[in-house]
Design a protein. Structure first.
Length: 112
């Protein structure tokens, strides 16, 4: 009789844990969809990248042309690449309406 009670309790516990995880998974999935939707609609446009890039590179001894800047749009985020001496180097990222350039961007532009 005790083994039947233990089996029933284990089955009930497994069912409760299953319900908790499915509910938790549903909310995690809903949250992920919301975050991705916000990221999609707030992805900065190319003019934001160029404006901030000009502000950062105006003090460099080497002039960088506007066409050297390339923005790879992945819909929920973007990567900023600069062509310097024949090589493409990733120098920044953009998401949620913001543009961030890496700290070593100036070294990547100056040194191939």
């Amino acid at each position: 009789m005790e083994s039947i009670i233990v089996v029933v309790l284990v089955v009930v516990a497994i069912y409760i844990v299953y319900k908790i995880f499915t509910t938790l998974f549903k909310w995690i999935l809903i949250g992920l969809v919301v975050v991705l939707a916000i990221a999609f609609f707030s992805n900065p446009d190319e003019s934001n990248y160029k404006k901030k890039f000009k502000d950062i590179t105006k003090n460099l001894p080497v002039k960088v042309k506007d066409d050297a800047l390339q923005v790879d749009d992945y819909k929920v985020f973007s990567l900023v690449r600069v062509r310097s001496k024949g090589e493409k180097k990733t120098v920044g990222v953009g998401a949620f309406g913001k543009v961030w350039y890496f700290d070593d961007m100036k070294e990547k532009i100056m040194n191939p």
